[in-house]
Design a protein around this ligand. Structure first.
Ligand SMILES: [Mg+2]
Length: 394
C-alpha cells in the first residue's frame, strides 16, 4: 500500500500548567494509505516543535521534513517501517527534534502494518511464534506536596488495587533531607509492606552523585525497587560514579534518551540497573525495540517510560511484551481528562491486576475521535501566503 496522508495533530487541555504532568497536551500523528487503513502514533515532546518537523520547508538536503519523506512511500511490512525510519531520520538529520517528532510517525506506521498484515505489533517485532507476557502495572504519580498528602495518595492507589506504584518529582530534593526521607516513608506506609514502591527523584540532584548515593542509603529501609533519575539524563559519568559505589537501592534512568545512542550510552557507560525508554521520545517503536535487545544482551532490565495517553501505553507494551523477565509497566494513573479519553479502548488492568498487550491488529486500540476533536488545537502555518500546514480534519 502507499502512504497518502501524514497528519500532525495537536491536542491540549484548555489550561496547561508547570506541573511535571505530560498528559496536559499531546502530539499525535495519523498516517493514511490508499487501502483505506489509518495508523496513529504519539510523541512525548513539544507538540508545535514536532509539528514543524513535519512541514518545515527544505533548508538543504539534511533538513527535509517528515511528511515529505513519507508521502507516496510503499508500506507493506516491517522492512518498510525500518527503511522509512532510516530514511526520515537521515533526511531530517539536521532537525534537532527529528527523533522526538518522528516517534509518532513510527508508531503510526507499525500500527498500519499490523492492521494490513492482521497481526499485533509485538509479533511483527519478535516473530509469529512470540508469546505475550502480562505486565505488572505500576501506578505512576507525582509526590504529594507534603509527606502526609503523599501517604493519602498511596492509600488511594492501594485502594484502587495497585500492588506497585511510583512517586516522583514534586518536593523531592527541594526541601530537606528529612523531608525527602519522610516522603518515601509515608509513601511506603500508605502502600503497605507488600507493594512495590518506586522512587523518581526527577533529576533533582543534577551532577551530585554523592547526595544521590546518600539518599539511596536513606531510602533503603523503606525498600524501594529503584531510585529513578537521581541525576540529569546526560550526566553519564556521574551515573557511572554512583553505580560504581554500589548504592543501597538499584538505579533507573533513560527516559530522556532522545536517540538510540543516548540510551546505549546510559546503559553501557552509565551502568544503570533499569533502562527506561519512552517510545514517544526515542524515535518510536523501532529504536525502543533495539534498546530492549541491547538490555537483554547486557542483563539490564528494560521498562517503559510513559506519561501520555493509551496510544503510548499500547505502543510501549508491544516493545517488550514478549520478554517474560521484564515484568513492570509504567502506567499513568489519573492524568488529564484528555489523556484518559482519546483512546476508546484503553489498556485496562485485568482481573489479576495485570496489563496485556492487545491481540488485535496493530497497536490494538481504537481512537475516540469525538475526544480528539474536543481537545484539538488547530494549527495553521503559512509562509509567504502559502499554507504549509492546515488543521487536519478529524
Ligand atoms: Mg521519571
Amino acid at each position: 500500500m502507499k502512504i497518502t496522508a501524514v497528519d500532525p495533530i495537536y491536542v491540549k487541555m484548555p489550561e496547561v500548567n508547570t506541573a511535571a504532568d505530560g498528559t496536559q497536551d499531546s502530539f499525535l500523528c495519523r498516517v493514511r494509505t490508499d487501502e483505506g487503513l489509518e495508523g496513529w502514533g504519539e510523541s512525548d515532546a513539544s507538540p508545535l516543535v514536532c509539528a514543524a518537523a513535519y512541514c518545515c520547508p527544505m533548508s538543504h538536503g539534511n533538513i527535509i521534513n517528515i511528511r515529505e519523506s513519507l508521502l507516496g512511500e510503499t508500506l507493506d511490512g516491517p522492512e518498510d517501517v525500518y527503511r522509512l525510519h532510516a530514511k526520515a531520520t537521515r533526511l531530517g538529520m539536521d532537525i534537532q527534534q527529528i527523533h522526538h517528532a518522528y516517534s509518532a510517525a513510527d508508531i503510526a506506521l507499525w500500527d498500519l502494518v499490523g492492521k494490513k498484515l492482521k497481526q499485533p505489533v509485538y509479533t511483527l517485532l519478535d516473530g509469529a511464534s512470540a508469546k505475550s507476557f502480562p505486565k505488572r502495572p505500576y501506578a505512576s504519580v507525582l509526590f504529594g506536596d507534603t509527606p502526609e498528602l503523599t501517604r493519602k495518595l498511596a492509600e488511594k492507589l492501594r485502594g484502587e488495587g495497585f500492588t506497585a506504584a511510583k512517586f516522583g518529582w514534586g518536593p523531592m530534593g527541594k526541601v530537606s533531607r528529612e523531608n525527602d526521607i519522610a516522603l518515601v516513608r509515608e509513601a511506603r506506609a500508605g502502600l503497605g509492606p507488600e507493594a512495590a514502591l518506586l522512587i523518581d527523584a526527577g533529576v533533582v540532584w543534577g551532577h551530585d552523585w554523592e547526595t544521590a548515593h546518600q539518599r539511596a542509603a536513606d531510602f533503603a529501609p523503606f525498600k524501594p525497587g529503584w531510585l529513578e533519575e537521581p541525576l540529569l539524563g546526560d550526566a553519564i559519568g556521574d551515573y557511572r560514579k554512583l553505580v560504581t559505589r554500589k548504592p543501597a537501592v538499584p538505579i533507573a534512568a533513560g527516559e530522556g534518551s532522545g536517540r538510540y545512542h543516548d540510551a546505549e550510552d546510559m546503559l553501557l557507560n552509565g551502568g544503570v540497573n533499569f533502562i527506561q525508554i519512552d517510545v514517544g521520545r526515542i524515535g518510536g517503536i523501532t529504536p525502543a525495540h533495539r534498546v530492549r535487545k541491547l538490555a537483554e544482551a547486557h542483563n539490564v532490565t528494560y521498562v517503559n517510560h510513559t506519561f501520555k495517553s493509551h496510544v503510548s501505553i499500547a505502543a510501549s507494551i508491544h516493545v517488550f511484551a514478549s520478554v517474560e523477565s521484564f515484568k513492570l509497566l509504567e502506567y499513568v494513573q489519573g492524568g488529564s481528562p484528555m489523556s484518559q479519553t482519546i483512546v476508546a479502548d484503553p489498556l485496562l488492568r485485568g482481573p489479576d491486576g495485570l496489563v496485556r498487550a492487545p491481540e488485535k491488529p496493530g497497536l490494538g486500540i481504537t481512537m475516540n475521535l469525538d475526544a480528539v476533536r474536543k481537545y484539538l488545537a488547530p494549527v495553521r502555518i503559512d509562509i509567504g501566503g502559502q499554507s504549509v500546514l492546515v488543521p487536519a480534519s478529524v
